[in-house]
Design a protein around this ligand. Structure first.
Ligand SMILES: NC(=O)C1=CN([C@@H]2O[C@H](COP(=O)(O)OP(=O)(O)OC[C@H]3O[C@@H](n4cnc5c(N)ncnc54)[C@H](O)[C@@H]3O)[C@@H](O)[C@H]2O)C=CC1
Ligand SMILES: Nc1nc(=O)c2c([nH]1)NC[C@@H]1CN(c3ccc(C(=O)N[C@@H](CCC(=O)O)C(=O)O)cc3)CN21
Length: 290
């Protein structure tokens, strides 16, 4: 585990400080290996993958906590099969892990597989309370969403934030990953103009081959055009090259203005390469530890 370091006044380090990470249940061993490189108390999300069962997700959250980090289990509303299914998951997390945070997302199924239509339905169920969850993450889409139009996304964000405020919960927006600083900055400005004050964790990819980035972008409905990837610092013709988010981070750090964009942090998506991402952060931003 890394020790906290004194604050530095570089915009890049300010932006990277208090970053969060994402993992799946398959990444438990990599997390143990990466732990010495990750600052204590870093929030680590556990993605709700369709192929991973509850015990695997619970084991991942347990590992996060045991290593000194803060588990943020994902709840995919549309994948929850019944109220009991969600109640069991939350009760087990409460008993065996102890959690204060969760991230609630509708999920990719075109129709709900159980009683929850969307993230708002899970929040409104009040079931998060029983598990002691005090901070709830919700989605954000700097580039929009392929199947949900902008007014609907904006409405959903307002409704979720209002429901969380009513329950006295802290809200945090954790965005879909994006490659394009221009789109991110425009989106941030717009949500702040709409009165959203919650902290935003901007999703950025960890270092990965261009091939993997393009594959995940296609799967997640994220733009990765040749033009955008050039700005990101790579070419989509160089499929086997590795590209990291250093240019995107520099660009954001140089242009972010707290008065216009509010509180902003980074959320790294390692896409199965947690150790590479931890090494990348530790090497490039060694003083960014909380
Ligand atoms: N940001 C991320 O890390 C992840 C994002 N997703 C995406 O999350 C999307 C929506 O989740 P939230 O932003 O929490 O939405 P939400 O729960 O706030 O719902 C917003 C509105 O969109 C509708 N909607 C929800 N999921 C939909 C879908 N799959 N297709 C069409 N309409 C949908 C809802 O009925 C609601 O009216 C999923 O479609 C998926 O693409 C999934 C996993 C991770
Ligand atoms: N619309 C949407 N749907 C999603 O499922 C989704 C997003 N957006 N945005 C980003 C997150 C991150 N997601 C993921 C999904 C899979 C792995 C993963 O590790 N998958 C593989 C290994 C990596 C590889 O395919 O090379 C695995 O073994 O399952 C990681 C993050 C899914 N997520």
């Amino acid at each position: 585990m890394k020790l906290a370091l004194a604050a530095q006044d570089s915009p890049v380090l300010d932006l990277v400080r208090s970053f969060s990470l994402e993992m799946t249940a398959k990444d438990i061993d990599s997390l143990s290996e990466a732990a010495p490189l990750i600052p204590a108390g870093t929030p680590i999300s556990v993605t709700y993958l369709p192929g991973e069962e509850m015990p695997a997700r619970v084991a991942a959250a347990k590992a996060v906590k045991a290593l000194g980090f803060v588990p943020v289990p994902h709840i995919s509303a549309r994948r929850v099969l019944s109220r009991d299914d969600l109640a069991d998951f939350l009760a087990i997390l409460d008993d065996q892990v102890g959690i204060e945070r969760a991230f609630v997302i509708a999920g990719d199924p075109p129709a709900p597989m159980g009683p929850f239509e969307d993230a708002l339905a899970v929040i409104r169920s009040g079931m998060l309370d029983a598990a002691g969850i005090r901070t709830v993450g919700i989605s954000g889409y700097p580039e929009g969403h392929p199947d949900i139009d902008k007014p609907k996304l904006a409405r959903a964000m307002q409704d979720k934030l209002a429901a969380l405020a009513e329950q006295g919960k802290e809200a945090e927006i954790m965005t879909q990953f994006a490659f394009d600083a221009d789109a991110i900055l425009v989106w941030l400005e717009r949500i702040r103009q709409d009165g959203v004050v919650a902290p935003v964790r901007l999703g950025v990819p960890g270092p990965a081959s261009v091939k993997k980035l393009v594959r995940f972008a296609a799967r997640c409905g994220v733009g990765a055009s040749a033009k955008v990837m050039l700005k990101y610092g790579t070419s989509i013709t160089k499929l086997f090259n590795t590209a990291g988010p250093e240019r995107l981070i520099e660009d954001l750090a140089a242009r972010l203005d707290p008065a216009r964009h509010g509180q902003v942090m980074l959320h790294f998506y390692p896409f199965g390469a947690l150790l590479d991402t931890a090494r990348f952060i530790d090497t490039n931003y060694p003083a960014a530890g909380r």
